[in-house]
Design a protein around this ligand. Structure first.
Ligand code: NDP
Length: 262
C-alpha cells in the first residue's frame, strides 16, 4: 500500500507519522510519504505517476482535488473540497474527512443549537457544512468580504468585522491562522469579548499551541478544545477509507494517537 500527503508546504505535517505508526501496528506492508507539489493542475497525474493507492490533500490543493477526482462522495460534494483520495478500479474517488473529523472532535459539545465560525477559508467551509448537517444554526464572520459569497449563496448568515451584529452562539470556532505565529486574535477584542461571555464552548483549528484566542476562551470560562483531535480523526477517517473500511476510525485513532508524543 503506497500512500502520501500532497500539498505545499508538507514538511511540518504530522500525517506521515500518524499513518505510518498505525500501518505498522496493524502489520501492513505499506508506507505513507509526503510530496511537495507546486502546480495544482498536476495533482491527479502526480497521484497516478506516484502509483498511489490513496492520498491526503492539504493546502492549497483541496479544491483542485475536488475538480480532478473522477467521483466525489459524501459531504465533499457540498463543501467543494477534497482532502482524501482513494484509488478504486483505476478511478480517483474524493472524500472530505475534515468535516466528520471535526464533529468527532467536538462530540462532547453536542448537541449544539448555534455556532459562530470565524474565518471563511477551506477549513471554515468543512466545519460550517459539518455543523449544518447536524442541524446547528451557523453564522460566519470573516475579516474580508470576498470569500463570504459562497457561504451566503448556501444560506449561511455572514458578517465582516465592520458589519458584525451581536447575537448569542453556543460555540465559537476559530478557523483562521491568526495566532499561529504570533499572539494575534482572529476577531478584534471588542467583538470577541461579548460573544465569549455568552457562549459555552470554543474550538480552535490550530493544534500546535494554545493560541491567544483559546486563552481568551479560558479567561471567559468556556469549555474549549484545540485542533489536535480534529487532526487525529480526519487522519483516522482517511485511513479507514484507505483500508477499505476494514477498521473503525475510532479504533484507528487510538493507534495513531501515540504519534503526537513521539
Ligand atoms: P485558508 O487560507 O483557506 O483560510 C484562512 C482564513 O483565515 C481566511 O478566511 C482568512 O481571511 C482568515 N485569516 C487568516 N489570517 C487571519 C488573521 N490574522 N486575522 C483574521 N482572519 C485571518 O486556510 P485554511 O482554512 O485551509 O486553514 C486555516 C487553518 O486551519 C490553518 O492554520 C490550518 O493549519 C488549520 N487546519 C487545521 C486542521 C486540523 O485538523 N486541526 C485541518 C485543516 C486546517 P481572508 O479571507 O480575509 O484572507
Amino acid at each position: 500500500m503506497t500512500l502520501s500527503l500532497i500539498g505545499n508546504p508538507v514538511k511540518h505535517s504530522l500525517s506521515p507519522r500518524m499513518h505510518n505508526l498505525a500501518l505498522k501496528k496493524l502489520g501492513y506492508h505499506g508506507f505513507y510519504s509526503r510530496y511537495l507539489l507546486f502546480d495544482g493542475e498536476k495533482l491527479a497525474c502526480t497521484f497516478k505517476q506516484l502509483k498511489l493507492n490513496g492520498a491526503n490533500i492539504t493546502v492549497p490543493f483541496k479544491e483542485d482535488a475536488f475538480r480532478q477526482c473522477d467521483e466525489i462522495q459524501g459531504i465533499a460534494k457540498d463543501i467543494g473540497s477534497v482532502n482524501t483520495i482513494v484509488k478504486k478500479d483505476e478511478k480517483l474517488i474524493g472524500y472530505n474527512t475534515d468535516a466528520k473529523g471535526f464533529i468527532l472532535a467536538i462530540e462532547d459539545f453536542l448537541p449544539l443549537h448555534s455556532a459562530l465560525v470565524i474565518g471563511a477559508g477551506g477549513t471554515a467551509k468543512a466545519i460550517s457544512y459539518a455543523l449544518k448537517e447536524q442541524g446547528v444554526r451557523v453564522s460566519i464572520v470573516n475579516r474580508s468580504a470576498k470569500r463570504l459569497d459562497g457561504f451566503k449563496k448556501a444560506g449561511f448568515e455572514c458578517f465582516v468585522h465592520d458589519d458584525f451584529k451581536f447575537n448569542s452562539w453556543d460555540m465559537i470556532a476559530n478557523t483562521t491562522s491568526a495566532g499561529l505565529e504570533d499572539g494575534s486574535l482572529p476577531l478584534p477584542k471588542s467583538l470577541l469579548e461579548p460573544i465569549l461571555a455568552q457562549a459555552s464552548y470554543a474550538f480552535d483549528v490550530i493544534y500546535h499551541k494554545e493560541t491567544a484566542f483559546l486563552n481568551e476562551c479560558k479567561k471567559a470560562k468556556l469549555s474549549y478544545k484545540n485542533g489536535k483531535d480534529m487532526l487525529l480523526y480526519q487522519g483516522a477517517l482517511a485511513l479507514e477509507l484507505f483500508l477499505q473500511n476494514k477498521y473503525d476510525a475510532k479504533m484507528l485513532s487510538k493507534l495513531m494517537e501515540e504519534s503526537f508524543t513521539l
